[in-house]
Design a binder for this molecule. Structure first.
Ligand SMILES: [Ca+2]
Ligand SMILES: [Ca+2]
Ligand SMILES: [Ca+2]
Length: 250
């Protein structure tokens, strides 16, 4: 008689169905918490009203603690602090409307640093040291074509950009021709906290006038590794299934 590890007969179809059902249930309970822990934080960089619902507003050189998650509206532990900025613009005549996650109202206002070659920072802290984050930074301005800046996250230029254009990585980034006109923005993937537990966006103005602006920031955590507790739940679910089948067979 052909038997499986759990000691039930393969021929008993209804039992196999129950086993699969139990297993799926256990797996669903086991994996769900890790999915629910994924973070989606949206930051409207502005000193003016009009920040969209479930977004966070970050004013000039301000600190905001316990940023809210876009999907749940609930506070996270994550904090943010801006320093070194010198310039605020309320409306830069954004004409692209809402694009992907980017709300037009958040895109329309900017804060920047206008002193040439003097970097300014937005520092995120209280992050999960075990998570990988994706940072999307919108640096877009409808104006002079000589508005040029460098953008880094934890000292590195971007890994990607929204439109996937080769060579656009935040080094000598033109806020008008690289940012505003094509409606493109910079993306850093698999970002982890530095030795201080922080992730820092740094912007340095290189152009002739205006500033190294930032309109909006989107942070998502990309860690999808099931938590140890989830694995334990799955094992428990399998154990329960085997026990049930043995009892059923007796
Ligand atoms: Ca906090
Ligand atoms: Ca904004
Ligand atoms: Ca540069």
């Amino acid at each position: 008689m052909r038997r499986f590890l759990c000691g039930f007969r393969f021929q008993r179809e209804s039992v196999v169905h129950r086993a699969v059902g139990f297993l799926l249930l256990a797996l669903a309970f086991g994996v769900a918490p890790a999915e629910a822990d994924l973070t989606d934080i949206r930051v409207d960089v502005t000193d003016y009203s009009g920040t969209p619902a479930n977004w966070n507003q970050l004013g000039m050189n301000a600190t905001v603690t316990d940023l809210i998650d876009y999907n749940t509206g609930l506070a996270t532990a994550i904090d943010v602090c801006m320093s070194g900025a010198t310039e605020v613009v309320s409306g830069m005549d954004w004409t692209h409307g809402d694009v992907d996650w980017l709300d037009a109202d958040a895109a329309n206002s900017v804060i920047g640093g206008s002193w040439r070659n003097h970097p300014w920072q937005i520092v995120f802290s209280d992050l999960d040291a075990g998570s990988f984050y994706t940072f999307e930074v919108v640096a877009s301005y409808k104006a002079s074509e000589t508005i040029l800046a460098d953008y880094t996250v934890n000292g590195d230029f971007a890994d990607d950009n929204h439109l996937g254009i080769a060579g656009v990585n935040g080094d000598d980034f033109n806020l008008c021709t690289d940012g505003y006109k094509p409606c493109n923005w910079l993306i850093w993937t698999d970002v982890q906290t530095d030795s201080n537990g922080e992730i820092t966006i740094e912007s340095t103005f290189l152009g002739e006038w205006n500033a190294a602006y930032i309109n909006a920031i989107h942070i998502t955590s990309s860690s999808i590794i099931p938590l140890p507790s989830s694995i334990l739940l799955a094992v428990l679910g399998l154990g329960t299934t085997c026990a049930y089948l043995k009892k059923k067979q007796a």
